[in-house]
Design a protein around this ligand. Structure first.
Ligand code: PAF
Length: 277
């Protein structure tokens, strides 16, 4: 496994691979590699070609400087984990390298905006699409792998790829969940013991109401989740909404819909979504 930090080096590697007509599979990450990322890499293994995992904690997608500063940086552990998997190259540029030409964060995707996380994390998705576009342009992968955990991100990236007429296929991968039914996230690696216990309780509240919602759309069950979470001590809930998974419009049926949740456990943002059919 090779670790590449320089853009000039990745350019050379990609151009050599292209000359040899090798396919490239890209798994973009911000590091703190967990089973969720590894499931994306396992999916990549099903395709032929060279597997590249990018690790870059992208400052442009953090709307809160503390959130950026607290984001877990575990590069040495990540290299150790990935070296045991079928990762051929880690592309881990530093900030100056990536923003070398002073590329400004731009709003380029206008679909799926002004709802869900876009309302609460101003500029976040512009930061995401800016870095993903840079990675896609540099690495020119045949396939790029994204998880359904960040469902709105997935839809926005799909739109980004479509509007750029890119030859890259977007491979959508289901969330990998903990035994409590919640999707894995790098943010949870900093939970204290107390926060872990609270998180288990929140998961129970969500899961018990999910069972009701899965049978039928039921506004009461959605209100129940919010009330029970608030009674349990959660003070900041960004949204609890049921939306159609095709166009992310609000939905009143359980078919083709997902429950979307974003809330805070102390200062840690928890987001997840659950299929209701
Ligand atoms: O989902 C993530 O980890 C990030 O948003 C991504 C896609 C790697 C862009 O920085």
């Amino acid at each position: 496994m090779k670790i590449v930090k320089k853009i000039s080096e990745i350019n050379q590697i990609v151009s050599d691979l292209k000359k040899k007509e090798k396919e490239i599979n890209l798994v973009p990450t911000m590091g703190n590699i967990h089973e969720g990322h590894l499931s994306l890499l396992s999916e990549a293994e099903k395709f032929k070609g060279v597997n590249i995992v990018s690790i870059f904690v992208n400052p442009a997608q953090f709307n809160d400087v503390d959130d950026f500063n607290n984001y877990p940086n575990t590069f040495i552990e990540d290299v150790e984990i990935l070296s045991k998997k079928k990762c051929d190259i880690i592309f881990a540029p530093n900030k100056n390298e990536i923003f070398l030409e002073d590329i400004k964060t731009k709003k380029t995707v206008f679909e799926y905006r002004n709802i869900l996380c876009d309302l609460f994390r101003l500029g976040h998705f512009d930061g995401v699409t800016t870095i993903v576009k840079i990675l896609l342009d540099l690495i020119r992968p045949s396939n790029v792998f994204f998880g359904e955990k960040d469902f709105q991100q997935l839809k926005i990236i799909e739109q980004l790829i479509n509007q750029n007429n890119s030859k890259t296929f977007l491979i959508k991968c289901p969330s990998i969940r903990d035994s409590n039914g919640m999707s894995l996230s790098s943010r949870y690696s900093v939970f204290s013991q107390d926060q872990r216990i609270k998180f288990e309780q929140y998961a129970k509240i969500i899961n018990s109401n999910l069972l009701i919602l899965k049978k039928n759309f039921n506004k009461k069950a959605i209100d129940n989740i919010e009330n029970e979470l608030r009674n349990f001590g959660i003070s900041k809930i960004d949204y609890i909404e049921v939306r159609n998974e095709k166009d992310l419009s609000l939905s009143k049926i359980h078919e083709r819909s997902r429950l979307f949740i974003a809330l805070y456990l102390d200062e840690i943002r928890v987001i997840d979504n659950f299929v209701l059919y």
